[in-house]
Design a protein around this ligand. Structure first.
Ligand code: MTE
Length: 328
């Protein structure tokens, strides 16, 4: 089977998924909620009615199972961030990934990352902040304002997709740590686990761990998301579980995956791709159809599901949110 026909098949499968309905909200409640959640809401769990059978109450001394935390997924969709393009089927987006810690081959990332350990997970926030701290991912998912946003996503390699991320604005986390007045930049670092990430062992010439950076005003922009989910559930490893950055007006390499450290700095931090190829990858990396990559044009982009070629938009179509950041 050719690569293209596999794509078409995946696309056809993806079409039938509720994620491709224009508004997920039209789904029936039972289809939308998990069974456990439905049982909880109907109040049947407390009556002991589970799986249609009466379950006996535990006798004295018998341990009660700990109550399971309610899943934060799917989160409420924020309709402000809408896109006039069709969603990319999950099966396509989840099998065409750039995550060099696992493989430089996009199709190999999902299988190679399947057993990546994503719990427990902590993110350290440090540097020029008044209240540095280490945040547990479960606590962040519970306490941060999680919402779903559909964004366009444009890779520097001239392909694009449209996906529903779940996450919270990075600015909400920055508020908690209170950046000091000298802070101008934010540096991000990916986990480095050679035992679990074959790319770290096989390609030791890369400047691991993967690291990226934003200006502080970019980091505080309302579009800048720390994503913990995609397509209505927690991120799978290939998309950067359990927490990654999404900066939709910049080329995809800025959207660093599996973050373990965030550091506020006074100086522009070095970044992975700029260190490797300074002539090809800049720090800002804003999507711009008029600035070609030294080896290819950026005027158009290929959608990964249909293969259609579309004109690339300045700031990936997010000009009204971000153009002010770059005036002057
Ligand atoms: N983050 C890490 N840690 N390692 C990577 O190789 N690749 C980047 C970005 N984040 C990368 C990364 C690139 S080039 C792109 S296009 C996006 O992740 C791809 O995200 P996706 O696989 O979820 O589509």
């Amino acid at each position: 089977m050719t690569h293209d026909s596999t794509r078409r098949q995946l696309f056809a499968i993806g079409r039938s998924r509720p994620w491709n309905a224009p508004e997920r909200e039209v789904l029936s409640e039972s289809a939308y909620l998990g069974r456990r959640e439905l049982v909880r809401r109907l109040g049947l769990a407390s009556a002991g009615l589970v799986s249609g059978a009466l379950v006996g109450c535990p006798g004295p001394g018998q341990a009660q199972p700990a109550p399971r935390a309610r899943s934060p997924y799917p989160a409420r969709r924020n309709a402000t961030y809408r896109v006039s393009r069709a969603l990319t089927p999950e099966t396509v987006a989840g099998t065409y990934n750039n995550f060099y810690e696992f493989s430089t081959n996009k199709e190999d990332v999902a299988p190679l990352s399947r057993s990546f350990t994503t719990r427990p997970w902590q993110v350290e926030v440090a540097g020029l902040v008044a209240r540095p701290g280490t945040f547990d991912l479960d606590d962040l998912e519970r306490t941060m304002p999680l919402e779903e946003r559909v964004y366009r996503f444009r890779c520097v390699e001239a392909w694009s997709m449209t996906v529903p991320w779940t996450g919270f604005p990075l600015s909400a986390l920055l508020e908690r740590v209170e950046p000091r007045s000298e802070a101008r930049y934010v540096r991000f670092v990916t986990a480095s686990r050679p035992a679990e990430m074959p790319g770290l062992r096989n390609a030791d010439w890369y400047p691991w761990p993967y690291h990226e950076g934003l200006r502080l005003d970019e980091a505080r922009n309302e579009l800048t998301l720390l994503a913990t989910g995609i397509y209505g559930h927690a991120l799978p490893p290939q998309h950067g579980a359990p927490v990654r950055l999404v900066v939709p007006w910049k080329y995809g390499f800025k959207s660093i995956k599996s973050i373990v450290r965030i550091e506020l700095t006074a100086e522009e931090p070095p970044t992975f791709w700029h260190t490797l190829q300074p002539r090809e990858y800049g720090f800002l990396a804003n999507v711009d159809p008029e600035v070609p990559h030294p080896r290819w044009s950026q005027a158009t982009e290929r959608t990964i599901d249909t293969g259609a070629r579309l004109p690339t938009r300045r700031y990936n179509g997010y000009e009204r949110y971000v153009a002010g950041l770059y005036r002057g």
